[in-house]
Write a protein that binds this ligand. Sequence first.
Ligand code: NI
Length: 389
Amino acid sequence: MTTPVDNELFQRIVTFRRDLHRHPELAWNETRTATKVCETLDALGIPYRSGVAGTGVVADLEGAAGAPLVALRADMDALPITEETALEYASDTDGAMHACGHDGHTAMLLGAAELLKRERELPCPVRFIFQPAEETGTGAPALLEEGALDDVQLVFGGHLDAAYDTGEIVVHQGAVNASTDEFVIELAGPGGHAARPHETVDPIAAGSLIVSALQGLVARSVEPSQAAVVSVGQFDAGTASNIIASRARLRGTLRALEPAVRAQLLDAVRQIAESTAGAQGVSATLEIVAATPAVLNAPQATSLARDAAALVVGPGGVKPLRWPNLGGEDFGFFLERVPGCYVRFGAHPAGEGFPAHSSRFRFDEQALALGAAYFYHVAVRAGHALAQG
Ligand code: NI
């Protein structure tokens, strides 16, 4: 493994990350985090805009005049979890924890900024995007509204992943994260006496039929090699055993890797809700309340990412995705606007590993050096590629 990250820089990255880890901030509250990012950018002499869409920070490092920009993105928010790692730098806030490694993403991107700043002449200007609120899927679209990708031609991001070993970087063309759509189905009737069901209609019975029909949706309507999931996670209804409820509410999530499958499933969920409820005489409304597109890595950007990763971990360390991830990631919003690539940095810690979003999640900090080096190399290579047209 070769990395341009010397020991002093590595120590700075780790110290910065541990400080963020101790002081986690939830989506849209990343004020201290953003201040720390700005302090580091000030020390590096890299100009930035702070307060972008609230708590975002967007910094531009100068490069060859007139060249298009390459953007690198890190997310900054923590999760509403109480930490149980017993790390010496564990969260000092109950109900907030960096359980997804975004503290590491922010620290490694600042490390890359320092490496790039050291270059006498960059082939293109580089934009560093420090994004709020990834976990709610709302930070990316808000930053885009504020022009975070204006003049950008390629964008790169990545995620620490304790399921892969340190020294592995996962680079994969095409879909790497699913689209996510949260749906809410409201069912309504006049209510009535449980002993006289013929006098009314039953939203609970209708809801049960809808859940059953949704179970068969992926199995019977999606091409079998395509990954997709429809799960109902919440079913609220009723007030007493002898009353036929007047309302029922189902909440669920719909995941798909292919945009066409996503559109097909969204249509089908609506149809099932309306027709199944209709057949029972119950009224149904469907609402999509939160949505992020799939993360689709573009061909040229993926090949640049693969080359950059090979410079950091050697060709043998560049791994294919073991299986597509049906988790969501709001980097998909960036990739809807501008081609780019989203990679995973292997970071399995010593001892037992716990998945992201666990109260015991940890990762190997050595991966931070590899991530910083990767972002440095991918920005330089992308800049050269853009300069050559
Ligand atoms: Ni995450």
